[in-house]
Design a binder for this molecule. Structure first.
Ligand code: ZN
Length: 111
């Protein structure tokens, strides 16, 4: 099934244009404190992945659950929950897309 791809909200530095996963306060590249909201592609690939067995209190009922560090465009990385379907496996380098966002953060699925 084709997955609807969500964009990722970022803050773009008004000084140098560098993008940060929201929220950003001070640009690590140029020191500017001014940012404009921007949205980048929700397409990325798995940089690293793990299964959370000992979860923070708020998510204990959901453990164990898969998480991954996603490599996005603009040299950005994001830690996200993974929606893994029956028969799918996470592998470093595999393409993923953002499929949603909730209070836990972004959710990604394999393409
Ligand atoms: Zn900057």
């Amino acid at each position: 099934m084709e997955k609807a791809i969500e964009g990722i909200q970022v803050d773009k530095c008004s000084g140098c244009g560098k993008r940060f996963i929201s929220p950003a306060y001070v640009c690590a590249a140029c020191g500017s404190e001014e940012f404009a909201p921007d949205v980048i592609s929700g397409e990325g690939k798995i940089y690293s992945h793990t299964t959370i067995r000992i979860a923070p209190e708020a998510f204990q009922a959901e453990a164990p659950y898969p998480m991954a560090i996603i490599e996005l465009s603009h040299d950005l990385r994001l830690t996200a929950r993974m929606q893994i379907e029956e028969g799918e496996t996470m592998e470093i380098g595999k393409p993923v897309v953002c499929v949603g966002k909730n209070e836990a953060g972004y959710w990604f699925g394999l393409t």
